[in-house]
Design a protein around this ligand. Sequence first.
Ligand SMILES: NC(=O)C1=CN([C@@H]2O[C@H](COP(=O)(O)OP(=O)(O)OC[C@H]3O[C@@H](n4cnc5c(N)ncnc54)[C@H](O)[C@@H]3O)[C@@H](O)[C@H]2O)[C@@H](O)CC1
Ligand SMILES: Nc1ncnc2c1ncn2[C@@H]1O[C@H](COP(=O)(O)OP(=O)(O)O)[C@@H](O)[C@H]1O
Ligand SMILES: [Mg+2]
Length: 422
Amino acid sequence: MNMSVGIDIVRVDRIENILDKKRNLFLSKIFTINEIKYIKEKNNSPQTIAGLFSAKESISKAIGTGIGKVSFKDIEISHDRFGKPIVTINEKVKSFGISKIDLAITHEKEYAVSFAEVEFNSNKNAVNIPEELKGLLTKRNPDSHKGDYGKVLIIGGSRGMTGSITLSSKASMRTGSGLVYTMVPEYLETIMSIKLTEEIVKIAKDNGKGYFIKEALEDILNNAKGKDALAIGPGMGTYKDNIYLLGEIIKNTNVPMVIDADELNALSKDIDMLKNKKNSIVITPHPGEMARLLDKSIKEIESNRIYYAKYISNKYDIVTVLKGNNTIVSYKDQVYINNSGNPGMAKAGSGDVLTGIITSLIGQGLEPFNAAKLAVYIHGLAGDFAKDKKGEYSMVASDIIENIGEAINFLLTNKKFSSKLN
Ligand SMILES: NC(=O)C1=CN([C@@H]2O[C@H](COP(=O)(O)OP(=O)(O)OC[C@H]3O[C@@H](n4cnc5c(N)ncnc54)[C@H](O)[C@@H]3O)[C@@H](O)[C@H]2O)[C@@H](O)CC1
Ligand SMILES: Nc1ncnc2c1ncn2[C@@H]1O[C@H](COP(=O)(O)OP(=O)(O)O)[C@@H](O)[C@H]1O
Ligand SMILES: [Mg+2]
């Protein structure tokens, strides 16, 4: 069992000063409704308020993040009948792998002091699987065949960028798709046929250019027919016909769709094309792509991640996956904040892998919002397993793919199967 402690001291007069200036704002920012009730019961005593404030600081230190990754209201402090403080944490904080938190608070007239002890699950990767993701993935039926696990079409690639489409396609296969069709401009047929083994290569007319052109539309729509999900965008480059193609595909196919990378750039030129959609759409922007989509700065997006993810999702009735540390998945007013993953994933190709995982899960019949949440979790966990083996510096996107199996197994059984670990 791993344990960690945190301690904090607060001057009561500091809290009194804040209360004098902006009492309501401070209380509502730091404390939950139940805590505010308790504070009232204690006649708004500044010592009590300072003690509770200090306690949240101690707990965040013991968790190892400090306030930031964990926010004040993720932690609620109540009291048993003897007055001993009891700590309740929400699913987001639980998913740090916490099994128990003990807390002590004391105060004098001038100071409040608190001490917290956090117990983590013994396996550092054994992050608690978020409740809402449990049961979404089920065991495969012994009598099943590849037709039962979805046919997906992954569209993308251009000269110089055959890697991204390869990563998305392989990730779909590793996530369990029955059949993966990878569609590239005709010029890339030979190279893709060498790079891909289990996947089937499909080509779109390109007049020898090596990127998607208007004339590819017919091939794309024909290949989309009968598919259970499609993804479009990775490695397509910023060619002008991408905008036309995306508009026509959205209008003319009823296959659920994941839009990523260069087709997000195309979408930013005419975002209202989303209004013509015939079925569910998932968009997977990183903050740079989201900034382009909404014509805002990256800084503005990063300071209001939940707000903008919900905004675009509500406005266009789509699932939004706003990537980065603590990827946000939103649909209508629902928001999921992911906790798996690590900075080793901040490398070319990691997002392409995610696109393949989401598309595969939609193809296997999951609702797009569930597919996106589960995919983001699996992707991060596979990244964490890759980090165990290769380290944050050295792990690459292909290593995330290599660990999808282990992440899925962990979800299904709560156990890791690699003997090399720990
Ligand atoms: N091997 C390959 O073929 C690869 C091809 N790729 C393709 O390369 C093309 C360009 O994609 P890019 O995403 O590199 O280019 P973009 O120019 O769209 O985005 C890169 C920029 O976005 C910003 N950004 C990204 N993540 C951020 C974060 N978490 N916080 C703040 N800012 C952030 C940064 O300013 C970064 O330089 C796409 O077609 C893509 O699919 C990439 O997927 C990488 C691998
Ligand atoms: N610091 C980080 N912690 C966790 N995940 C990260 C971090 N940095 C990047 N990632 C993940 O890596 C992926 C990067 O996606 P993207 O920028 O589209 O990459 P690419 O286009 O090169 O494939 C996203 O899923 C993102 O959430
Ligand atoms: Mg990307």
